[in-house]
Design a binder for this molecule. Structure first.
Ligand code: GLU
Ligand code: MG
Length: 448
C-alpha cells in the first residue's frame, strides 16, 4: 500500500468503519485519532490536527510546562500509507503510522518518527542501512478484584506454559501474519505468565512501525481472550522483567557490514566501533531505551537485562550481547543485541538514539574494550573499574540525567525534542518516586 487511493480502496474492500492515525509520544504511550470513510482521502493527504501540547503530556496525562507546547498551536498527523494495516483483532478497523508535520509542511521538530528517519539518513550518507529486530517479552494476566494474576506459573521454556495459553498464541500468530509481520520464534519465558515472540528484521523505520503494531496486537489479542497483556518492564516486583531486546546490524545492499570473516569473532571493524560508541553512550541511551520509572526495577544485576556498561559474546548479563553465528549462515546471522531496552520506550527514539551513539563510535573510530565473558556483577569492583565497566543508571532519574548530559544524543534529537522529552519523563519520576509500589504497578501494567 503506497498511495492514499490504495488505502481508501482497501478501506472499502475490507468494509472498515474507521482507520486509526497512530503515533507514539514522549512518554512511550501509543495514541492516535481515527478517521471515518468520509473525508478519508483528504485526511491522508493533509493529516488530522493535533494540539502541540500532546508532546508535553506525560504518561499520567499531566501536561508539563514546555515552551510552545501549550493550548495554542497545531501539528498535523500525516499518515504514511505504506504502513496501512487492517487490524485483525478489532472489528472494522485499520491503522497507519503518522509523521507529525508542522503547518509549514515540514516535519515538526518534536516528531519522533522523523528523528529516526534523520538518523537513518546519516547512515545512508555512509552507504549504510541498519536492520533492526525486536524480541518482545510480555506477561499475560487475569484482572481479578483489581489485582493482576499471571495466567500460568510455569517454568522457563516449559510446554506447560505454552499449553496454558495456546489459543491466545495461535490467534497472535495468525494476527501477526495477517499484518505481514514476520514471526521468527515463540516460547514461554522464565516469569509466571511470561511469553516471548521474536519478529523478523527490517530496515529501522519499518521495524519500529511493526514493533508498535506488534505491541498493539499482543494487547488486542489478549483482550479478545479476556486477558490483560503487559509489556511493562517489571510487571510484578517479584517476577522476571520484560525486556524488549533490540537486535541490529549494518548493511550495504545485500552485504552485512557487521560481518568480517577475518575479524575477531567475525566482527568487522565498523561493528566494533559501532558497539564502542554504544557502550560510551549507554548510560544516556538508557534514558531513551529503558526510560520509565518501572524500568529500573528490571535493570538490576543478575536478571539478564544488563546492569553494567560492557559487551560480551553470548553473554546474557552484558547489555550489549553479540550472539554466536549459525553455521552456514554466518554473514546473515551476524548482529548485536541491546538488552538494556524495554517496551516502555518510544521505539523511534530508542532506535534513533542507538544509531546516534553507534555513529559517534564509527566517526571517531572507537575500539571497544575486551568483551566481558563472565557476569560483570560478580567481578570485584576494582576490576570493573580497571576495565572501564561502569554501572548503568539505577533509576529513571539517573538515566534522564545521563541523557541530559549526553550532547551527542541530545544534539541528534535537537533542542525541541530533547527538551520536551526530558520534561515529560522527569515529571513521571516526580509522580512515581513520591508514591508507592501499587501506584507504580497501576501506572505501568496496562499502559505498556
Ligand atoms: N527477561 C530478561 C530481561 O529482562 C531477559 C531474559 C533473556 O535473556 O531472554 O531482559
Ligand atoms: Mg527472553
Amino acid at each position: 500500500m503506497t498511495t492514499a487511493a490504495e488505502v481508501v480502496r482497501a478501506f472499502d474492500d475490507h468494509d472498515l468503519h474507521l482507520t486509526r492515525f497512530l503515533y507514539c509520544d514522549n512518554g512511550g504511550t501509543i495514541r492516535g485519532k481515527a478517521s471515518s470513510r468520509h473525508g478519508l482521502a483528504g485526511r491522508i493527504e493533509s493529516g488530522i490536527g493535533l494540539t502541540v501540547a500532546m508532546q508535553a503530556m506525560n504518561s499520567l496525562d499531566q501536561l508539563q510546562p514546555v515552551p510552545d507546547m501549550g493550548p495554542v498551536g497545531e501539528v498535523r498527523l500525516v499518515p504514511d500509507p505504506a504502513t496501512f494495516r487492517v487490524l485483525p483483532y478489532a472489528p472494522h478497523l485499520g491503522a497507519m503510522f503518522v509523521d507529525m508535520i508542522g503547518l509549514d509542511g515540514k516535519p515538526a521538530p518534536v516528531c519522533q518518527r522523523s528523528f529516526l528517519k534523520r538518523m537513518c539518513e546519516r547512515l545512508a550518507e555512509r552507504g549504510l542501512r541498519i536492520e533492526i529486530s525486536f524480541e518482545n517479552e510480555f506477561s499475560l494476566a487475569r484482572a481479578v478484584g483489581g489485582e493482576y494474576e499471571p495466567v500460568d506459573s510455569s517454568l522457563c521454556f516449559s510446554t506447560i506454559g505454552m499449553t496454558a495459553v495456546q489459543d491466545v498464541i495461535d490467534d497472535l500468530v495468525t494476527a501477526l501474519d495477517a499484518q505481514a509481520i514476520v514471526l521468527e520464534q515463540y516460547y514461554s519465558e522464565l516469569g509466571h505468565g511470561q511469553h516471548e515472540i521474536a519478529t523478523g528484521h527490517a530496515p529501522a523505520v519499518t521495524a519500529v512501525d511493526n514493533q508498535i503494531f506488534t505491541r498493539e496486537t499482543i494487547r488486542g489479542v489478549a483482550t479478545a481472550h479476556g486477558l490483560v497483556a503487559s509489556l511493562a518492564p517489571k510487571p510484578w516486583p517479584g517476577n522476571a522483567g520484560n525486556g524488549c531486546h533490540i537486535h541490529f546490524s549494518l548493511w550495504e545492499g545485500g552485504r552485512n557490514r557487521f560481518h568480517d570473516p577475518g575479524g575477531p569473532g567475525q566482527l568487522s571493524a565498523e561493528a566494533r566501533s559501532f558497539i564502542a560508541g554504544l557502550l560510551e553512550h549507554l548510560p544516556g541511551l538508557c534514558g531513551l531505551t529503558a526510560p520509565s520509572f518501572n524500568s529500573y526495577h528490571r535493570i538490576v544485576p543478575h536478571y539478564w537485562a544488563g546492569a553494567f556498561t560492557c559487551w560480551g559474546l553470548d553473554n546474557r548479563e552484558a547489555p550489549v550481547r553479540v550472539p554466536s553465528l549459525y553455521a552456514g549462515r554466518e554473514e546473515a546471522s551476524t548482529n548485536a543485541e541491546l538488552k538494556a531496552a524495554d517496551a516502555s520506550c518510544n521505539p523511534y527514539l530508542a532506535v534513533g538514539g542507538l544509531i546516534a551513539a553507534g555513529l559517534d563510535g564509527m566517526e571517531r573510530g572507537l575500539e571497544p574494550p575486551e568483551p566481558v565473558q563472565v557476569d560483570p556483577g560478580t567481578l570485584p569492583e576494582a576490576e570493573r573499574e580497571a576495565r572501564g565497566i561502569r554501572p548503568l543508571p539505577v533509576s529513571q532519574r539517573e538515566a534522564l540525567d545521563a541523557l541530559a548530559a549526553d550532547d551527542v544524543l541530545t544534539g541528534a534529537m535537537g533542542g525541541v525534542l530533547a527538551g520536551s522529552y526530558l520534561a515529560v519523563r522527569r515529571s513521571e519520576w516526580e509522580s512515581y518516586s513520591s508514591s508507592d509500589a501499587a501506584f507504580e504497578q497501576q501506572g505501568h501494567f496496562e499502559k505498556y
